[in-house]
Ligand binder design. Structure first.
Ligand SMILES: C[S@@+](CC[C@H](N)C(=O)[O-])C[C@H]1O[C@@H](n2cnc3c(N)ncnc32)[C@H](O)[C@@H]1O
Length: 229
């Protein structure tokens, strides 16, 4: 079951590559009206400001880097970025948007990824929620292994909030593991989506060895900043 879903996740994001940014910029099916949209962008600004406060970083590893929404922010923080994603389609978009000599892309599956380098910062946005609960501890252990002593981890993800997703998606229960996602052409995929509560994420990060601080915005986002001491 899980293998099939993890493959569907890769297929979904490959097929969604050209429409992915509509979610972030609240366009089309993701336009939730002026009030919600404004709240979304205000909360994005809070998270971006927290990212912009990261200091003391040269080498960055970005996991599930997607179309470059956060890679662009990381360009202002470090001197070299290694950006990993399973989808060659999203990597192509990221590369053409950023056109940066300091970003190196690697197309690989994070569930078979074996870290072999340590970085000053490991960053991932809207990825942890797609890691099945049975694999999350081993995934975070690999993240820990990828951070140098004194280095940092920064995680951003979704809170359970029905207006964060498309109008034709249903979010009923914050404890479901699998959800159905649709593309603009109505094609459907099953993917994993886990909504962490701050104390749960804090405990997971502490367990693996990080000294971490987990925060939430009013409605939409959860974010964590940790240090390997
Ligand atoms: C929700 S998007 C997040 C993208 C980006 N971090 C952002 O915040 O805009 C999830 C990303 O995970 C990638 N992905 C899905 N399954 C993957 C896997 N098994 N290994 C690596 N990347 C994967 C997708 O291609 C997609 O770019």
């Amino acid at each position: 079951m899980t293998d099939n879903i993890l493959q569907q996740q890769i297929d979904y994001y490959r097929a969604r590559a050209n429409e992915y940014d509509e979610w972030f910029y609240r366009i089309g099916r993701y336009d939730r009206g002026e009030v919600n949209n404004q709240r979304w962008f205000e909360e994005i600004a809070v998270v971006k400001s927290a990212v912009q406060q990261i200091v003391g970083v040269n080498d960055i590893l970005e996991l599930a880097s997607g179309t470059g929404i956060w890679t662009r922010e990381l360009l202002n923080i470090g001197k070299k970025i290694t950006a990993i994603d399973a989808s060659k389609e999203v990597i192509a978009i990221n590369r053409s948007k950023l056109n940066s000599p300091i970003v190196e892309y690697q197309q690989l599956d994070l569930f078979t990824w074996q870290p072999d380098t340590e970085y000053d910062l490991v960053f991932f946005a809207f990825w942890l929620s797609h890691v099945p609960p049975t694999l999350v501890d081993s995934f975070l252990a690999k993240v820990y292994q990828s951070v140098c002593i004194g280095g940092q981890v920064f995680i951003i993800d979704s809170r359970f909030e029905p207006t964060s997703t498309a109008k034709d998606h249903t979010l009923e229960n914050d404890r479901n593991i699998y959800i159905t996602r649709k593309l603009n052409d109505k094609q459907e995929y099953q993917i994993v989506k886990i909504f962490y509560h701050p104390d749960e994420l804090q405990e997971k990060l502490n367990q693996v060895g990080f000294d971490a601080d987990v925060k939430i915005t009013d409605k939409y986002f959860i974010y964590a900043h940790g240090k390997k001491i």
